[in-house]
Ligand binder design. Structure first.
Ligand code: 15L
Length: 264
């Protein structure tokens, strides 16, 4: 499959491009910055929020599927978040429709439902939108846009509500929310190859012993995580914010430090 990876130079993108290429896919990288030194991939330096620039990439390349990993990973103002996550998704979806590309895997986030209290029990993919930040609001809106294009244009859109994508977990929360690098690749591969998923949501975490987000929606799509954060448990020191971070899905994003005006 010839896969356009938007955000190919980001932390997820650097891992996923190499992993998908190892699985036999041809990669076309798209990012604001040049491709890594010596990268074997076709590469386009462009802003995903610029619909004309995205259209030009699709006009230049044969694309079978899109993996959308682009966007700021942290809390910004609401307008910046909407540009970073919703406008980029819209530009990619418009180009997909124009070029009959029908599969997209989207790096959404747990922060779309980050204000869901742990006391609600196991987190399922049916959880109502409950963002913890403007970042989370933008992820909810991007997911809604994907759902609209799935219904209106028959796009297969696999939404990955990712936990903590790191080489190894760094906090007590991470023992539940960690997504290992190899499992990140497995997750995207499942999103690309699941037969006719329509609009579907999975939880992007590893098979963590302490996980409390349902892994079954991912398994139904062919995502079988292999790693477990528990092997790092002995290295995790208790932190002063552990109790607060355990209260909500979104951990630190759900705490007061992120309360600020939406504009500005
Ligand atoms: C995310 O979606 C963020 O991009 C990242 O910065 C972390 O906060 C991560 O989720 C997480 O919840 O650990």
């Amino acid at each position: 499959m010839r896969v356009l990876v938007a955000g190919a130079a980001g932390s997820l993108g650097r891992v996923v491009t190499v992993g998908l290429a190892d699985l036999g896919h041809e990669i076309v990288g798209l990012d604001l910055v040049p491709g890594p030194e010596g990268s074997p991939f076709a590469w386009h330096e462009a802003d995903c929020a610029d619909a004309d620039a995205v259209a030009a990439v699709f006009a230049d390349e044969r694309i079978d599927a899109v993996v959308h990993l682009a966007g700021a990973p942290e809390e910004l103002s609401l307008p910046d978040e909407l540009t970073s996550h919703v406008v980029t998704t819209a530009a990619l979806l418009d180009a997909m429709v124009a070029h009959d590309v029908t599969r997209i895997v989207y790096a959404s986030s747990n922060h779309a439902v980050g204000r869901t209290p742990r006391t609600d029990g196991e987190l399922t993919e049916q959880a109502l939108p409950r963002p913890d930040t403007y970042y989370g609001v933008a992820k909810v809106a991007a997911e809604a846009l994907l759902h609209l294009f799935a219904d209106r244009h028959g796009i297969d859109a696999v939404v990955c509500r990712i936990g903590s994508f790191l080489e190894e977990p760094t906090s007590l929360r991470g023992l539940s929310t960690w997504l290992s690098h190899p499992d990140g690749v497995r997750m995207v591969e499942a999103g690309l190859t699941a037969p006719a998923p329509g609009f579907a949501i999975l939880h992007g975490i590893s098979a963590n012993t302490r996980a409390w987000w349902d892994l079954e929606p991912g398994r139904r799509l062919g995502y079988e995580p292999q790693d477990d954060a528990e092997v790092f448990a002995d290295r995790i020191e208790p932190g002063p914010d552990d109790a607060a971070e355990a209260e909500f899905v979104g951990g630190p994003f759900a705490t007061a430090q992120f309360h600020r005006p939406a504009i500005g």
